[in-house]
Structure formats: structure tokens, C-alpha cells
Write a protein that binds this ligand. Structure first.
Ligand SMILES: [Zn+2]
Length: 499
């Protein structure tokens, strides 16, 4: 079926979207959820496994206290109530990347529930209700090889890696979010961004979408004004913040075209495709009864001591949103300027660069200028560009000390990004330091005067402004390495009478 998608404006004029987000966060604990296997990303397949996370008969799980603590801290940061007593539950389903044939999760007794997160969208605060925050275990990874797409269709064989199996996973589920209208895609993105920042500020996960330690499923439905909420679909494989926004938008457009044609929306999971921005249908959604949940008999219930919970609450860090407000004031930025810093993903980078000794203005200049441009060109996140805040601060200190001018500093920065070393090392190795030693420059100045006698005459007759052309000539012969002020002073001292 080929249909032309309606325009977005028409869709939001005729339909009201309701969105919801389920986010999975891999915790950065040292060991897995039920065993002592290490959790770091990567590693040769099936080298970080033991009888427990391989689900071998007779092995027994023991809950990881650090994971429970991290989950409670996430719940508290999201203004949730913390259960005084709750249990883990078995979620039964067969999938090759899950060796036990069930996942230990939580069902009707989540560890944290009924909270909220305030996010800013276009300068307005939107309160997102949090239904629950619960703790479970991650699955292994299946690799389909031999096909063109890496998917199971067309693959000649499938391999499974259990290194990830049993890593603690926190699931954060929002309440349905109605009433966002045309802003639904932006609200979804703002929520995931804010959630990522909150979790990062807690130091419990590195929350990297590209490495899968933060994963997001997006629920979307449409209804006509005054009608009941529509049937929702769940879009999976949404692997970047930008994709969260695109997935909501593309699903709104698709559902609207189905509804406009008199069709019905099927409750199903859909796959988001990074390349096209479209979604395609996956399996029809299981209901909770299909999973035959029951309390996990191999684990004791969790009953966190209220005094411990109170202690964790008192020790929570400042919320990122409030932290950003404080930085904005300290840096003296307008809302629009702060927004561009946020959009560039540069808040922490600038903060760390300032902490390393640069002025806020200089730090912002490098991260939002040269480095953002390169990040856009090469399609990498600014934080992964290859320059560290400490290196940017060092670069600026060389500029402040007069050892580099702006142009040379850019060249040095290129070297930093290319991994050639520290700014000082690159400046020295490539001989890029500004030359302000007059004896070294005199020859170049005399050469420029000799080569441009008419300009020299103008300066001699009092037209000092003409010196600019000679400065330019000297800069050219010294490959931009001369100190412009020193050159100008030298030219004038040679061509104008000493008072
Ligand atoms: Zn293990």
C-alpha cells in the first residue's frame, strides 16, 4: 500500500497525539545483577559469563546491592515513592539471547513509582509523569551474519554473545503524555535528554545511546479531539536523541494517513530505521498475561530501610536543569545563547573547560565554533570529537600568553583532534609558535618594504593606515606566524621619523 503522507500541520490540526516513553538504562555497576561477572562494554564474546548468567541448572541468583541503590537514587531523582517492600518477578518468554528462558524483572511491585520529571521545551516547563522505575536484567546479544542488513532475514547463521546477559537494567516508564499537540516530538526528545542528564548526574550509568546503555521505546497514538485515546504503537530501535523526535513525528504522520483513509491502527511494535526515518511493523504486542509473571522464588523480597532511603535522598546532586540555570547566570548568557550551548551538547564540556582555567567566553567560542563545525562535518557527537576540555583550556592559555594567534590556534586544534598530542606538543613539534622576536622579524619586514616601495612611500608621507598592506605581506612570508602588532611597530619604526 502506497499512500502519500499528510503534512504535519494538517495532522496536528485534526488529531491529538498521546505519547509515552519506556527507557532502559544499563547501570554502570562493577558486576552483573545476579553474579560477580564484570560488566564493561566490549570484550571477546562469551568471556564475561558464569553458570548464573548462562542460566545453567542449579545456579542461584544473588541480588546486587549497588544496583538496588542506584535504582532507588534514580527513583528519588524522578520524585518517585520508594516501595517499602517489593519483589522480583519472572517474565517468561523464550528468546535465544536469554539463556534462562525467563527474565528476572519486576511486575506489579516496582521498586519506585508515581513520580515526575520537569523538562523545558521552548522555554516552557512540561511536567512528565513517571509511572514506575523498576529493576531487571539485560539480555545477551544476537548477531545475524551472512545477510546484507545484519537482520535475521537473509542471514546464514546467528551467533549469540552472553557478555551482556545479566547486566542490571533499569526500566523507566512514563505515564501517558497527552496535550502536547504539535510539540509532541520535541517533548519526547526533551524528556529523554533530561532523563539522560539526570541519570548521568547521579553517576550510575554512562547513558550512551550509541553503545546501548540508554535505549528508548516510543509509544504513540492519535485521537480526534473529544474522542478516546487511540490505539498505540511502540517504536523500538530508537538509537539517538534526534531519532526519538523523528520516530514520534513519523509515527504521527503514518497513523494519521491510516486513520484518514478509514483504517484502524494495530497495536504492535514497530522498528525505527535510522536511514529513512520510517517505521516498519514488528511483532504484534504481547499482553502481560502472555508472559505468565510470577514472583521470583529464588530471590528474597527487597525491603529498603527508610532511613537508608532518606540518606540517599539527602545526598542527591543538584538537578541538571537547576545546575544549568546556575551556569547560565555565571557565564552571563541569554536564554538563546544558553539554548545554542544546550543544542550543541556543550554544557559539560564548557563547564569542564572553564574549570581547567579558560574564561567562559573562550571556552564557548572553541566548543561552539571550530569544534562544533567539525563535529557536524564528521557526524560525531561533540563530546567524542577527540579534543578534551583540558586541551581546549591549554590551547586558550597559549593564545592568552601570545604564543598562538587565532589562526595558528585553529591549526593546533586540528592536530589535537587528529590525536597528535597536547596543544603545546603540537605547537612545538610543528613549529607553529607566534614569532614576536624582533630580530627574527626584521629581515621579513625589510624584505616587504623593499618589495613594495610605493606603499613604503605612502607611509613615509604620513599615510600610516597603509601599513596594513605591509603587515599582510610579512604575515604571508612568515606563514601567519608573526605577531601582527610587533610587525606593525617594526614597519612604522623603520618608515616614520622617530619623534
Ligand atoms: Zn555471571
Amino acid at each position: 500500500m502506497t499512500t502519500t503522507l499528510p503534512a504535519y500541520d494538517e495532522v496536528v490540526a485534526r488529531f491529538e497525539p498521546v505519547i509515552g516513553l519506556e527507557t532502559h538504562v544499563e547501570l554502570g555497576t562493577n558486576t552483573k545483577m545476579w553474579c560477580g561477572c564484570p560488566t564493561d562494554f566490549g570484550g571477546e564474546p562469551n568471556t564475561r559469563v558464569c553458570p548464573v548468567c548462562l542460566g545453567l541448572p542449579g545456579s542461584l541468583p544473588v541480588a546486587n546491592k549497588a544496583a538496588i541503590e542506584a535504582t532507588i537514587r534514580i527513583g528519588l531523582a524522578l520524585n518517585c515513592s520508594i516501595a517499602q517492600w517489593c519483589r522480583f518477578a519472572r517474565k517468561n518468554y523464550f528468546y535465544p539471547d536469554m539463556p534462562k528462558n525467563f527474565q528476572i524483572s519486576q511486575y506489579d511491585e516496582p521498586l519506585c513509582f508515581d513520580g515526575y520529571l520537569d523538562v523545558e521545551v521552548n522555554g516552557e516547563l512540561v511536567r512528565i509523569g513517571i509511572e514506575r522505575v523498576h529493576l531487571e536484567e539485560d539480555t545477551g546479544k544476537t548477531l545475524h551474519v551472512g545477510g546484507a542488513t545484519g537482520r535475521i532475514h537473509g542471514a546464514t547463521e546467528s551467533l549469540v554473545d552472553y557478555n551482556r546477559a545479566g547486566i542490571p537494567l533499569v526500566e523507566i516508564v512514563t505515564k501517558p503524555i497527552p496535550g502536547t499537540g504539535a510539540l509532541a516530538p520535541e517533548v519526547a526528545r526533551a524528556y529523554v535528554t533530561e532523563l539522560r542528564d539526570v541519570i548521568r548526574s547521579l553517576g550510575v550509568s554512562d547513558v550512551r545511546m550509541e553503545e546501548g546503555s540508554l535505549r528508548c521505546d516510543v509509544n504513540t497514538s492519535l485521537n480526534r479531539p473529544g474522542e478516546e485515546w487511540g490505539t498505540r504503537t511502540e517504536t523500538k530501535n530508537v538509537n539517538s536523541l534526534r531519532s526519538v523526535e523523528r520516530a514520534v513525528r513519523s509515527e504521527m504522520l503514518r497513523q494519521a494517513s491510516v486513520l484518514e483513509a478509514g483504517g484502524r491502527i494495530t497495536q504492535e511494535t514497530r522498528h525505527f530505521h535510522e536511514d529513512t526515518g520510517d517505521t516498519t511493523p514488528g511483532r504484534s504486542k504481547e499482553t502481560a498475561t502472555d508472559y505468565r509473571y510470577f514472583p521470583e522464588p529464588d530471590l528474597v523480597p527487597i525491603a529498603p530501610d527508610p532511613a537508608w532511603v532518606a540518606e540517599l535522598k539527602a545526598a542527591l546532586p543538584e538537578l541538571p536543569r537547576l545546575h544549568r540555570r546556575r551556569l547560565q547566570e555565571a557565564w552571563g548568557l541569554s536564554d538563546a545563547d544558553m539554548q545554542s550551548v544546550l543544542n550543541a551538547g556543550a554544557v559539560e564540556l564548557i563547564e569542564q573547560t572553564v574549570a581547567a582555567g579558560a574564561s567562559p567566553a573562550a571556552a564557548r567560542k572553541w566548543w561552539l565554533g571550530e569544534l562544533s563545525r567539525r563535529a557536524n562535518e564528521t557526524g560525531v557527537e561533540l563530546a567524542d570529537i577527540g579534543a578534551t576540555p583540558a586541551q581546549v583550556a591549554e590551547l586558550q592559555s597559549l593564545v592568552d600568553a601570545g604564543k598562538l594567534n587565532d589562526k595558528l590556534a585553529r591549526t593546533v586544534l586540528e592536530g589535537v583532534v587528529a590525536g597528535e598530542g597536547s596543544p603545546t606538543e603540537i605547537m612545538t613539534a610543528r613549529g607553529l609558535e607566534v614569532v614576536s622576536d624582533t630580530s627574527a622579524l626584521t629581515a621579513a619586514v625589510d624584505e616587504a618594504i623593499a618589495a613594495n616601495p610605493d606603499i613604503a612611500d605612502k607611509i613615509r608621507s604620513g599615510k600610516v593606515a597603509a601599513a596594513g598592506a605591509l603587515v599582510g605581506a610579512v604575515m604571508k612570508t612568515t606563514r601567519g606566524q608573526a605577531d601582527a602588532k610587533t610587525v606593525r611597530d617594526l614597519i612604522l619604526s623603520r618608515l616614520t621619523p622617530t619623534p
